[in-house]
Design a protein around this ligand. Sequence first.
Ligand code: FAD
Length: 449
Amino acid sequence: MTEIQNSIETDALVIGGGIAGLQAAIDLANMGLRVTVIERQPSIGGKMIGLSKVFPTLDCCSCICTPRMAEAKHHPNITTMTYAEVQHVHRDDSGFLVEVLKKPRYVDEDKCTGCRLCEYACTTEVPHEFEGGLGARKAIYIPFANAVPQVALLDLDNCLLCGRCAKACPTGAIDFLQDPKTIVFRAGAIIVATGYEMLPHNFKENYGAGPLRNVLTALQVERLLAPHGPYGRVLRPSDGRVPQSIGYVQCVGSRDLSRGVAYCSRVCCMYAIKQAMLLSGALPLAEITIYYMDIRAFGKGYEQFYQNAKAMGIQFVKAKVAKIREDEEENPVVRIELLDEDGRVEERQHDMVVLSLGLVPGWNPREAGLGAPSEDGFLRCGHVLSSPTQTAEEGVFVAGCAGGPKDIPDSVVQAGAAALEAAAYLRARGWASAARDGHHRKAALISGD
Ligand SMILES: Cc1cc2nc3c(=O)[nH]c(=O)nc-3n(C[C@H](O)[C@H](O)[C@H](O)COP(=O)(O)OP(=O)(O)OC[C@H]3O[C@@H](n4cnc5c(N)ncnc54)[C@H](O)[C@@H]3O)c2cc1C
């Protein structure tokens, strides 16, 4: 049964706790505004916290993202609420009433100390979503090493109800009877930072992803490359062998009118080049080939990054991939049409193939009554040139990939702009001071994060 609690006032409500949402929240909070961040996953950080290193600087991703997560969590003007989803947004004379569903973790967030004794006591292992299914997690677990908050989560669907976790917990935090709660926020402005999802692994049936174990998505390869990833090194999933030949297939589901996706996903060329460079560092003897239609290296320093990859020996082959099959040793074999050689068709065998899948919106705002998205499904902007973060709905702003595919620098820049536009909007409406009192005391009561 869903239980309704009192409404909580906040100046701005940010939907999505990825890098864009966190940046917008921190910028607003530093302007003295009270911000609430709603994140549907059990930790903030979004996709960025799962990446290995970032183009174009090849900085360690965790080293940049984790401090941002900690800053948002500990900022006196920010309340983060994880494992929560926005259900409905209603508008009234003074702003927005936002209904948020707080999903049960079956762990009391105020009592859990993140000690992991429950996790060590649990005997059930299932594929770990954070590792792209390549590693295992327990039925009760801390989402990942640097998750924020460090609070366990019990996956009731896979729990044997053996009670070992409850016995191991030193603070009595396990609560099998927790219910979902609906919490209502009153906010003056909303920033939508709901990011993206990758197209599903098996988006193109003729590419065999899913059934072919050595055909991976680029997000899975990010985990293979991460120092604390599922295997601790780069190994191919079917037999744990070190791959010596890796092929990348570009534009899988982007610019593909046969599947109805017309747009370019903007980050795939650069992340494939980045991963190829990192793989050739991790596996110096490996041959890495990128099958592409065009390389779009449009950001600052990106063309040089591409040229560096070529100088390192990464092969760029202008080709369309028609099909991927598997030979008897589970090696993926790609059938390609060579675009620079009059469309000659040939087959090439690799130890592992990576699909550069396109990006699609992380959330449809219509689900919450926030208006229709644009034709490509991403949030619609009111004035792309004069007010690029203001959406078609007054008081609702967009940041990061919620408005369309973007890299991290562009997401962070847009988040800063959204924060400024939202702050100006609130001040123009005389909102800012009205919501202050009691925000944090009440938010702390329901969040526990
Ligand atoms: C394989 C790969 C590698 C990449 N490598 C790089 C790189 O090296 N350098 C670079 O600059 N960029 C890279 N990118 C792009 C980068 O991931 C994005 O630019 C960045 O993550 C965008 O951040 P965001 O906050 O907009 O979205 P996300 O990271 O998607 O965050 C959105 C957040 O919103 C939450 N959310 C969604 N809907 C709801 C809802 N209804 N309620 C509450 N919460 C919700 C999600 O759970 C998520 O946490 C890469 C992308 C991919 C796919």
